[in-house]
Design a protein around this ligand. Structure first.
Ligand code: ADP
Ligand code: MG
Length: 152
């Protein structure tokens, strides 16, 4: 399923809708190049889950956890040099959360990742339109796509 996103405001609307279908334990992997809008989407999602603190890109830390209506974890693994480095993190808490986890550059932790993440691909076209895409490769993604279809 595809979504065309023209502005940050539309990212906000997308986040609102997506958040309404997310539930405790969901791990969302945001896949796309630098500057495509992963952190922006994470910020809007955090807001939807009642996080009032400003969510920034975790530059010096791989992860920041926030208390909203649920625990909200934000990982940015861009600086990971090898997958084993995630062993230093509380993987149980982050990858099997009692809340929501959003991961940028999850692919860098290959081998340690939870099996049923929601993978959201973000791309930017030459006209500066963003295309967000979910393939529906696992049951959780298929369920989410089904809920989107029923509610749009
Ligand atoms: P990433 O985390 O993928 O590197 P960011 O979320 O930091 O990307 O966004 C990079 C830049 O793109 C920011 O200046 C942001 O304001 C802008 N941006 C993000 N989403 C959109 C959007 N939907 N439309 C236009 N610009 C956007
Ligand atoms: Mg980012």
């Amino acid at each position: 399923m595809d979504w065309m996103i023209q502005t940050p405001e539309e990212t906000g609307l997308f986040a609102k809708k997506l958040a309404s279908f997310l539930k405790r334990g969901d791990v969302i992997s945001l896949i796309g190049d630098l500057g495509v809008g992963k952190t922006t989407l994470t910020q809007f999602l955090a807001k939807e889950f009642g996080v009032t603190e400003q969510v920034t890109s975790p530059t010096f830390q791989l992860v920041y956890s926030y208390e909203g209506n649920l625990p909200f974890h934000h990982l940015d693994l861009y600086r990971l040099e090898s997958p084993e480095e995630v062993e230093a993190l509380d993987i149980d808490m982050l990858f099997y959360p009692d809340g929501i986890t959003v991961i940028e550059w999850a692919e860098k932790a290959d081998g340690y990742l939870p099996r049923h993440m929601i993978e959201l691909y973000l791309e930017r076209t030459e006209n500066d339109v963003r295309v967000f895409h979910i393939y529906g490769n696992n049951p959780r993604e298929q369920q989410l796509i089904g809920e989107y279809r029923e509610n749009s």
